[in-house]
Design a protein around this ligand. Structure first.
Ligand code: ADP
Ligand code: GLC
Length: 485
């Protein structure tokens, strides 16, 4: 059965991206369309997009929606990057044409509630008005989670006569909930009946993610382990009880990798392409990366890398402390990251203190991210929690051995030698501490000193299939169940 699915996300690669959300939604959309489904994606028209992507054109579709006491208008633009796939861009210049997506100079935009309640309304409206009549509306993260509530209220209003689609919400990170003072609920223009403890209200505030969890017909998250974790107090960020109560409609589906974008055999960003059959290109990429970073070009010195948002989630504090402890052992390390300025500065200071061992690049640099994956020997990802994580899966493909903390999707996607000798492809540690990470780095150095073993790990890593096929099938199974209700 072919399905008609409308996805919605506040970011979408290659048009906008601050993290893995953009990659995941783009790859899922593409993979669903390839498997024969009719797919649309709704996302904002951020600054500069029509100039950068001239194929994005006006779609002759206009929206005028209430937002509290006002009526806000938007124009829809669209493009069709693949067969059966259309991307719809919401053009509301005052809301979306800004320097950044959510946060500028470390400060959240003051009208994020307005911006994303409006986006959620546009999504719900398109879900009901697009001529190809989506059967499923699949929304991602808090920014568009309220769409599920808007669809629910439409169903309640229209009763049996409703053409509203079934809804699915994917939680990419329960730490971000879209929590605002209660008076912002007025932006929804819905009756206050939905502002209850089993709906949009959470401890007296509007909580967009919770509204989505309560009102979507189904909820998924991005790895099986994270699906279990978020039902516990430690990982649930306050929503664990809400999620426990809805466990029957919650599953974890591991993200895949879009190998059109992340494959060392085809990667146009790499100085040299390579495959597991011939790793000479990887050695050349390492030398080029060391040179680019101003580090001594020495093949025998192990090179570690991290590419990340610089936040507490990613374990930057324990990484800094573990590097401090372990750098005297003589390896090199490169960071590419942006985020909290104290972390940015701490890495810059480390690079100044160890100029022959540490390079820190702050800012966002997509091609450099590829070159780091291509050139490093090890990839460090010591996250405190990690819903899925993509870089460890990119690393596997690039033969860059992941060193990860066993949490969320990191635990689900990396195999340590103590779990399975035959399939070992990375190093895992359990405790969230600098000491445990330092020990894992020490293990990596031992591995590096055993070329035969390192080669075995690399081949295992590069052979892992993280493509979207299986996960797409799991999402399609969810959609089919919802469509058949
Ligand atoms: P999260 O979404 O929590 O940030 P993921 O591992 O799922 O973590 O995805 C992060 C994505 O963002 C990866 O594609 C990674 O390469 C990319 N990324 C993160 N920081 C940067 C940066 N400073 N420059 C380029 N790419 C980055
Ligand atoms: C979130 C999570 C990350 C996940 C990504 C894509 O940003 O922090 O772990 O990989 O979403 O699902």
């Amino acid at each position: 059965m072919n399905l008609r699915i409308l996805l919605a996300s506040s970011e979408l690669f290659p048009y906008s991206k601050t993290g893995g959300l953009a990659d995941m939604v783009a790859a899922l959309a593409k993979s669903l369309a390839r498997s024969g489904q009719r797919v649309g994606v709704v996302t904002p028209l951020y600054a500069g997009l029509p100039r950068k992507f001239p194929e994005i054109q006006r779609a002759n579709l206009h929206l005028a929606l209430p937002l509290g006491p006002e009526t806000v208008t938007a124009e829809v633009w669209s493009t069709s990057p693949a067969e059966r796939l259309t991307v719809y861009f919401i053009d509301q210049p005052a809301f979306y044409q800004r320097a950044c997506l959510y946060v500028e100079n470390g400060v959240e935009y003051a009208d994020n509630a307005e911006r994303f309640v409006f986006l959620s309304k546009c999504v719900a409206r398109l879900a009901q008005e697009l001529p190809w009549q989506p059967q499923i509306l699949h929304v991602h993260d808090w920014h568009v989670a309220l769409s599920a509530l808007f669809v629910r209220s439409e169903r309640d209003r229209a009763g049996q006569g409703s053409h509203a689609p079934a809804t699915c919400l994917t939680i990419h990170n329960v730490a971000f909930q879209g929590s605002y003072p209660a008076q912002k609920y007025a932006l929804t223009n819905l009756p206050w009946d939905y502002f209850t403890p089993d709906g949009a209200e959470f401890y007296g505030r509007l909580n967009a993610l919770k509204a989505g969890i309560c009102h979507a017909d189904f909820v998924t998250t991005v790895s099986p382990r994270y699906a279990r974790e978020i039902t516990t107090e430690t990982f649930g960020c306050g929503l664990d009880a809400v999620l426990r109560a809805r466990q029957a409609k919650l599953v974890g589906i591991l993200n895949g990798v879009d190998y059109d974008e992340w494959d060392p055999e085809r990667d146009a960003c790499l100085p040299q392409r390579f495959s597991s059959a011939d790793l000479t290109g990887k050695a050349a990429n390492k030398a080029a990366l060391q040179k680019e970073l101003g580090l001594p070009v020495v093949a025998s010195t192990p090179l570690f890398g991290t590419i990340s948002r610089l936040t507490d989630q990613k374990g930057m504090d324990i990484e800094l402390a573990a590097l401090e402890e372990m750098l005297p052992a003589g390896f090199q390390f490169v960071l590419l990251g942006s985020g909290a300025s104290d972390f940015e500065q701490a890495y810059q200071v480390l690079a100044r203190r160890y100029p022959r061992q540490v390079a820190a690049r702050t800012g966002y640099d997509h091609p450099l991210a590829h070159r780091i994956e291509g050139g490093c020997d090890f990839y460090l990802m010591p996250s405190k929690f990690e819903p899925c994580g993509l870089n460890q899966m990119y690393s596997l493909r690039y033969g860059t051995i992941p060193v990860v903390r066993a949490t969320g999707g990191l635990d689900d996607s990396v195999v340590d030698i103590v779990e399975d000798r035959g399939r070992a492809n990375g190093i895992k540690f359990q405790e969230f501490s600098a000491g445990a990470l330092a020990k894992a780095i020490r293990k990596a150095l031992v591995l590096y000193a055993e070329p035969g073993l390192l080669d075995w790990y690399r081949r295992n890593a590069m052979a892992v299939d993280c493509s979207w096929g299986r996960s797409t099938e799991r999402y399609a199974a969810v959609y089919r169940r919802l469509a058949g209700r």
